[in-house]
Ligand binder design. Sequence first.
Ligand code: MF3
Ligand code: CO
Ligand code: CO
Length: 268
Amino acid sequence: MIEIKSGRDIETMRESCQMAADTLLLVGDRIRAGMSTDEINTFVHQDTVRRGAVPSPLNYHGFPKSVCTSVNEVVCHGIPGAYVLKDGDIINVDVTTFFKGFHGDTSATFYIGEPSPEARLVVEVARECLARGIAAVRDNGRIGDIGEAIEDYAHSHGLSVVRDFVGHGIGRKFHTDPQVAHYRLPKNAPNPRMKAGMVFTIEPMINLGGWEVEVDKKDKWTARTRDRKLSAQFEHTVLVTAAGCEVLTRRPRHLVNSEPKVDLTAAL
Ligand code: MF3
Ligand code: CO
Ligand code: CO
Protein backbone atom coordinates (compact mmCIF):
# COMPACT_ATOMS: atom_id res chain seq x y z
CA MET A 1 0.00 0.00 0.00
CA ILE A 2 1.35 3.40 -0.99
CA GLU A 3 0.03 6.16 1.22
CA ILE A 4 -1.70 9.20 -0.28
CA LYS A 5 -0.87 12.14 1.96
CA SER A 6 -3.41 14.66 3.22
CA GLY A 7 -2.97 18.38 2.61
CA ARG A 8 -1.95 18.82 6.24
CA ASP A 9 0.66 16.07 6.09
CA ILE A 10 2.07 17.62 2.90
CA GLU A 11 2.33 21.02 4.58
CA THR A 12 4.39 19.49 7.41
CA MET A 13 6.53 17.47 5.01
CA ARG A 14 7.37 20.70 3.17
CA GLU A 15 8.77 21.97 6.47
CA SER A 16 10.92 18.93 7.29
CA CYS A 17 12.10 18.70 3.66
CA GLN A 18 13.01 22.40 3.52
CA MET A 19 14.97 22.01 6.75
CA ALA A 20 16.97 19.12 5.27
CA ALA A 21 17.54 21.15 2.09
CA ASP A 22 18.74 24.13 4.11
CA THR A 23 21.11 22.06 6.23
CA LEU A 24 22.59 20.57 3.04
CA LEU A 25 23.09 24.08 1.61
CA LEU A 26 24.97 25.06 4.76
CA VAL A 27 27.14 21.92 4.49
CA GLY A 28 28.07 23.03 0.97
CA ASP A 29 29.11 26.45 2.29
CA ARG A 30 31.54 24.85 4.74
CA ILE A 31 32.85 21.65 3.16
CA ARG A 32 36.51 21.80 2.10
CA ALA A 33 39.84 19.97 2.10
CA GLY A 34 41.19 19.52 5.62
CA MET A 35 37.74 18.95 7.16
CA SER A 36 37.04 15.53 8.68
CA THR A 37 33.79 13.69 8.01
CA ASP A 38 33.23 13.80 11.79
CA GLU A 39 33.19 17.61 11.57
CA ILE A 40 30.47 17.37 8.92
CA ASN A 41 28.53 15.10 11.28
CA THR A 42 28.88 17.54 14.17
CA PHE A 43 27.70 20.41 11.97
CA VAL A 44 24.67 18.52 10.63
CA HIS A 45 23.74 17.30 14.10
CA GLN A 46 23.90 20.75 15.67
CA ASP A 47 22.21 22.48 12.73
CA THR A 48 19.33 19.97 12.83
CA VAL A 49 18.86 20.24 16.59
CA ARG A 50 18.94 24.06 16.52
CA ARG A 51 15.89 23.89 14.21
CA GLY A 52 14.01 21.87 16.81
CA ALA A 53 14.35 18.74 14.66
CA VAL A 54 16.07 15.36 15.03
CA PRO A 55 18.62 13.83 12.61
CA SER A 56 16.83 10.71 11.32
CA PRO A 57 19.97 8.59 10.72
CA LEU A 58 21.10 8.67 14.38
CA ASN A 59 20.36 5.22 15.88
CA TYR A 60 18.31 4.24 12.81
CA HIS A 61 18.71 0.44 12.78
CA GLY A 62 21.84 1.09 14.83
CA PHE A 63 23.43 3.71 12.54
CA PRO A 64 25.91 5.47 14.88
CA LYS A 65 25.95 9.04 13.44
CA SER A 66 23.60 11.85 12.37
CA VAL A 67 24.42 11.97 8.65
CA CYS A 68 25.87 9.70 5.96
CA THR A 69 29.17 10.82 4.38
CA SER A 70 30.21 8.70 1.39
CA VAL A 71 33.65 9.47 -0.08
CA ASN A 72 34.91 8.43 -3.56
CA GLU A 73 34.26 4.65 -3.98
CA VAL A 74 31.73 4.63 -1.13
CA VAL A 75 28.30 4.24 -2.73
CA CYS A 76 26.18 5.16 0.32
CA HIS A 77 25.82 4.85 4.12
CA GLY A 78 29.38 6.01 4.84
CA ILE A 79 29.88 6.58 8.57
CA PRO A 80 31.46 9.91 9.54
CA GLY A 81 34.80 9.50 11.31
CA ALA A 82 38.43 10.56 11.39
CA TYR A 83 38.86 10.65 7.58
CA VAL A 84 40.12 14.08 6.46
CA LEU A 85 38.91 15.31 3.05
CA LYS A 86 41.62 16.01 0.52
CA ASP A 87 41.86 17.81 -2.80
CA GLY A 88 40.29 15.76 -5.60
CA ASP A 89 37.87 13.81 -3.37
CA ILE A 90 34.15 13.63 -4.08
CA ILE A 91 31.77 13.19 -1.16
CA ASN A 92 28.05 12.60 -0.92
CA VAL A 93 26.45 14.10 2.17
CA ASP A 94 22.98 12.64 2.85
CA VAL A 95 20.85 14.67 5.27
CA THR A 96 17.56 13.43 6.71
CA THR A 97 15.57 15.65 9.08
CA PHE A 98 12.70 14.50 11.33
CA PHE A 99 10.39 17.40 12.25
CA LYS A 100 6.79 17.43 13.56
CA GLY A 101 6.51 13.69 12.89
CA PHE A 102 7.78 13.66 9.29
CA HIS A 103 11.11 12.86 7.61
CA GLY A 104 12.69 14.88 4.78
CA ASP A 105 15.58 13.24 2.88
CA THR A 106 18.06 14.85 0.47
CA SER A 107 21.67 14.44 -0.59
CA ALA A 108 24.28 15.86 -2.96
CA THR A 109 27.80 15.05 -4.03
CA PHE A 110 30.38 17.77 -3.46
CA TYR A 111 33.73 18.39 -5.13
CA ILE A 112 36.69 18.92 -2.85
CA GLY A 113 39.07 21.13 -4.82
CA GLU A 114 39.66 20.30 -8.50
CA PRO A 115 38.11 17.01 -9.64
CA SER A 116 39.68 14.52 -12.05
CA PRO A 117 37.90 14.10 -15.40
CA GLU A 118 36.50 10.79 -14.11
CA ALA A 119 35.13 12.44 -10.97
CA ARG A 120 33.45 15.14 -13.06
CA LEU A 121 31.88 12.56 -15.31
CA VAL A 122 30.36 10.40 -12.58
CA VAL A 123 29.13 13.38 -10.54
CA GLU A 124 27.58 15.25 -13.46
CA VAL A 125 25.91 12.11 -14.83
CA ALA A 126 24.48 11.37 -11.37
CA ARG A 127 23.19 14.95 -11.12
CA GLU A 128 21.47 14.67 -14.49
CA CYS A 129 20.11 11.19 -13.65
CA LEU A 130 18.23 12.67 -10.69
CA ALA A 131 16.89 15.49 -12.91
CA ARG A 132 15.67 12.97 -15.50
CA GLY A 133 14.13 10.75 -12.85
CA ILE A 134 12.22 13.73 -11.46
CA ALA A 135 11.11 14.71 -14.99
CA ALA A 136 9.53 11.23 -15.33
CA VAL A 137 7.22 11.75 -12.33
CA ARG A 138 3.56 12.33 -13.21
CA ASP A 139 0.12 11.48 -11.90
CA ASN A 140 -0.95 8.09 -13.36
CA GLY A 141 2.53 7.34 -14.66
CA ARG A 142 4.40 4.24 -13.48
CA ILE A 143 7.13 4.12 -10.83
CA GLY A 144 9.18 2.18 -13.40
CA ASP A 145 9.27 5.22 -15.72
CA ILE A 146 11.73 6.80 -13.28
CA GLY A 147 14.32 4.02 -13.42
CA GLU A 148 14.00 3.76 -17.19
CA ALA A 149 14.88 7.43 -17.65
CA ILE A 150 17.79 7.15 -15.22
CA GLU A 151 19.25 3.94 -16.64
CA ASP A 152 19.04 5.17 -20.24
CA TYR A 153 20.95 8.32 -19.38
CA ALA A 154 23.64 6.61 -17.27
CA HIS A 155 24.22 3.97 -19.96
CA SER A 156 24.45 6.65 -22.67
CA HIS A 157 27.62 7.79 -20.87
CA GLY A 158 28.93 4.24 -20.27
CA LEU A 159 28.22 4.37 -16.53
CA SER A 160 26.31 1.86 -14.38
CA VAL A 161 23.37 2.13 -11.98
CA VAL A 162 23.48 0.63 -8.46
CA ARG A 163 20.81 -2.04 -7.98
CA ASP A 164 21.18 -2.88 -4.28
CA PHE A 165 19.74 0.42 -2.98
CA VAL A 166 16.58 2.15 -4.18
CA GLY A 167 14.51 5.26 -3.53
CA HIS A 168 11.65 4.89 -1.08
CA GLY A 169 8.33 6.18 0.13
CA ILE A 170 8.80 8.56 3.05
CA GLY A 171 6.65 10.37 5.60
CA ARG A 172 6.01 9.38 9.22
CA LYS A 173 8.39 6.51 8.46
CA PHE A 174 11.90 7.01 7.04
CA HIS A 175 11.60 4.12 4.57
CA THR A 176 8.27 2.78 3.32
CA ASP A 177 6.49 1.79 0.06
CA PRO A 178 7.02 2.23 -2.83
CA GLN A 179 10.51 1.04 -3.72
CA VAL A 180 11.83 3.34 -6.43
CA ALA A 181 14.39 1.46 -8.54
CA HIS A 182 16.84 3.56 -10.51
CA TYR A 183 17.13 0.91 -13.22
CA ARG A 184 14.70 -0.66 -15.71
CA LEU A 185 12.36 -3.09 -13.92
CA PRO A 186 12.06 -6.69 -15.12
CA LYS A 187 8.84 -7.23 -17.10
CA ASN A 188 7.13 -9.21 -14.31
CA ALA A 189 8.12 -6.91 -11.41
CA PRO A 190 5.48 -4.90 -9.53
CA ASN A 191 5.23 -1.48 -11.17
CA PRO A 192 2.62 0.60 -9.33
CA ARG A 193 1.07 3.77 -10.70
CA MET A 194 2.14 7.11 -9.33
CA LYS A 195 -0.79 9.03 -7.87
CA ALA A 196 -1.10 12.65 -6.73
CA GLY A 197 -0.35 12.81 -3.01
CA MET A 198 2.34 10.12 -2.99
CA VAL A 199 5.70 11.18 -1.56
CA PHE A 200 8.92 9.29 -2.26
CA THR A 201 12.62 9.82 -2.80
CA ILE A 202 14.62 9.46 -6.00
CA GLU A 203 18.30 8.90 -5.21
CA PRO A 204 20.29 7.34 -8.06
CA MET A 205 23.75 5.98 -7.21
CA ILE A 206 25.86 6.00 -10.39
CA ASN A 207 29.16 4.11 -10.74
CA LEU A 208 32.12 4.78 -13.03
CA GLY A 209 32.72 1.01 -13.34
CA GLY A 210 30.40 -1.91 -12.54
CA TRP A 211 27.14 -1.66 -10.59
CA GLU A 212 28.14 -4.26 -7.98
CA VAL A 213 28.55 -3.11 -4.39
CA GLU A 214 29.71 -4.72 -1.16
CA VAL A 215 28.89 -3.74 2.40
CA ASP A 216 31.78 -3.40 4.88
CA LYS A 217 32.06 -6.63 6.88
CA LYS A 218 33.15 -4.83 10.05
CA ASP A 219 30.88 -1.79 10.31
CA LYS A 220 27.94 -3.44 8.44
CA TRP A 221 27.00 -0.08 6.81
CA THR A 222 29.61 1.35 4.44
CA ALA A 223 28.71 0.24 0.89
CA ARG A 224 31.59 0.38 -1.60
CA THR A 225 31.82 -0.35 -5.31
CA ARG A 226 33.23 -3.86 -5.73
CA ASP A 227 35.80 -2.60 -8.26
CA ARG A 228 36.64 0.42 -6.02
CA LYS A 229 35.89 2.86 -8.83
CA LEU A 230 34.10 6.14 -8.08
CA SER A 231 30.39 6.42 -7.27
CA ALA A 232 28.19 9.53 -6.99
CA GLN A 233 24.64 10.21 -5.81
CA PHE A 234 22.02 12.95 -5.59
CA GLU A 235 18.68 12.66 -3.78
CA HIS A 236 15.44 14.60 -3.54
CA THR A 237 12.12 13.93 -1.80
CA VAL A 238 9.27 14.52 -4.28
CA LEU A 239 5.49 14.84 -4.11
CA VAL A 240 3.39 13.61 -7.03
CA THR A 241 0.92 16.34 -8.06
CA ALA A 242 -1.84 16.62 -10.68
CA ALA A 243 0.54 18.81 -12.70
CA GLY A 244 3.56 16.51 -12.37
CA CYS A 245 5.62 16.82 -9.23
CA GLU A 246 6.83 19.15 -6.51
CA VAL A 247 10.41 18.71 -5.31
CA LEU A 248 9.88 19.07 -1.56
CA THR A 249 13.63 19.28 -0.87
CA ARG A 250 14.20 21.91 -3.59
CA ARG A 251 16.98 24.32 -2.71
CA PRO A 252 16.27 28.07 -2.65
CA ARG A 253 19.80 28.76 -4.01
CA HIS A 254 22.64 26.88 -5.66
CA LEU A 255 24.88 24.58 -3.67
CA VAL A 256 28.44 25.76 -3.14
CA ASN A 257 31.12 23.12 -3.90
CA SER A 258 28.73 21.16 -6.12
CA GLU A 259 28.51 23.44 -9.15
CA PRO A 260 28.28 21.50 -12.43
CA LYS A 261 31.82 21.09 -13.76
CA VAL A 262 30.90 20.25 -17.36
CA ASP A 263 27.72 20.27 -19.45
CA LEU A 264 27.18 16.65 -20.48
CA THR A 265 23.77 17.12 -22.05
CA ALA A 266 25.34 19.19 -24.84
CA ALA A 267 27.14 16.06 -26.06
CA LEU A 268 23.93 14.04 -26.45
N1 MF3 B 1 19.36 8.76 3.91
C1 MF3 B 1 19.51 7.41 3.40
C2 MF3 B 1 18.50 7.28 2.30
O1 MF3 B 1 18.54 8.06 1.39
C3 MF3 B 1 19.31 6.39 4.45
C4 MF3 B 1 20.34 6.40 5.50
S1 MF3 B 1 19.97 5.20 6.65
C5 MF3 B 1 21.20 5.36 7.76
O2 MF3 B 1 17.60 6.50 2.30
F1 MF3 B 1 20.90 4.62 8.76
F2 MF3 B 1 22.34 5.02 7.18
F3 MF3 B 1 21.27 6.63 8.11
CO1 CO C 1 16.51 8.22 0.92
CO1 CO D 1 19.01 10.00 2.04
